[in-house]
Design a protein around this ligand. Structure first.
Ligand SMILES: [Zn+2]
Length: 331
């Protein structure tokens, strides 16, 4: 099973920012000392034509010039260094290689920076330059023989970029579990955002109350995911693996821990679908390293004995989801 990573990602760095090179460093260190049998692979750089599958050419040219002139701040929280344009292409290429590896051997995981799920067609935001997972999905559909893709995005933030890129597309089922957007960036990801035109019913948001923990997450995902995945019949899973829902994470107020991430990995393994995972957020370095080990143990099929029960607060959210999605899925 392949971990796709390059130390070149470190050239996109700002020590004063939470999204810095220490993150992937912590993950790789934790994986190497975990005893897990993993194959480490270098990514390749995505071509500009690959990036243009999901981003506007005006925007991509702008980023190249901006980075080439020394970089700086694209908005109040998203930076570029002089190397960031190339590094972001390498991160996109890492996601493409993860998809190729998934089809060869079950799963591939791109441990790359910068992250991607907030990047829209024509805007870089939320620490994200290019939408790595969206590029991997398009690569898989155009070049690898995949037609239906399901996305599971468990980063604590709503993946507004990925959601918007596939918002009218009935062949990409985007499912995101995240902290209630009334209380967290980027302020989107409500249940009512279900997709548009042909894509209606193919965008499913699970907004979680602040303070939700392992039981809440595992219960609602166990209610939603098996039904949606069995009716949608995806050829392949794409996972936006963010670890900032961890209770120690400084950016959000969700309280899951390593047990949830190992359950999540195990659930993905249990679907039997090829899975390309890409790193998104996660900003407490200790928690990030440990959570990645737990996630990969789950992906490798370590059975996880997790007891969970109906959670009243979250059951209300599930009722709302099943009402809104009753024309599309048989909950
Ligand atoms: Zn996040």
């Amino acid at each position: 099973m392949a971990i796709i990573h390059s130390s070149t990602y470190d050239l996109h760095n700002n020590e004063g920012h939470v999204e810095n090179k220490g993150r992937t460093g912590a993950i790789i260190d934790a994986l190497k000392s975990s005893g897990l049998q993993l194959k480490f692979m270098e990514p390749r750089m995505a071509g500009v034509h690959d990036i243009l599958m999901v981003h506007s050419s005006v925007h991509v040219e702008y980023l190249e010039v901006f980075s080439g002139r020394g970089g700086g701040w694209l908005d109040y929280d998203t930076y570029m260094t002089p190397e960031s344009f190339s590094v972001a292409r390498l991160a996109a290429g890492g996601a493409m290689v993860a998809a190729e590896e998934a089809l060869k051997s079950g799963w591939g995981y791109s441990v790359a920076r910068p992250p991607g799920h907030h990047a829209t067609y024509d805007r870089s935001m939320g620490f994200c330059i290019f939408n790595n997972i969206a590029i991997a999905i398009e690569h898989s559909r155009r070049n690898l023989g995949i037609s239906k893709a399901a996305v599971i995005d468990f980063d604590v933030h709503h993946g507004n970029g990925t959601s918007s890129i596939f918002y009218t597309d009935p062949e990409v089922m985007y499912i995101s579990v995240h902290q209630d957007p009334r209380t967290l960036f980027p302020g989107t990801g409500f249940i009512e955002e279900i997709g548009e035109s042909d894509g209606k019913g193919f965008n499913l948001n699970i907004p979680m109350p602040r303070g939700s923990g392992n039981n809440d997450y595992i219960w609602i995902l166990s209610e939603v995911l098996p039904q949606v995945l069995s009716e949608f019949r995806a050829d392949m899973l794409f996972v936006s693996a963010g670890f900032d829902a961890h209770r120690l994470d400084p950016l959000a107020d969700i309280m899951v821990d390593e047990e949830f991430f190992s359950w999540m990995g195990w659930f993905i393994h249990d679907t039997g679908l090829p899975c390309a995972a890409v790193l998104e957020g996660g900003y407490d370095l200790q928690a990030l390293g440990n959570s990645n080990v737990s996630f990969i143990e789950g992906l490798e099929g370590s059975s996880v004995k997790v007891e969970y029960e109906r959670s009243p607060a979250v059951a209300e959210i599930f009722n709302e989801i099943s009402d809104v999605f009753s024309p599309f899925f048989n909950f």
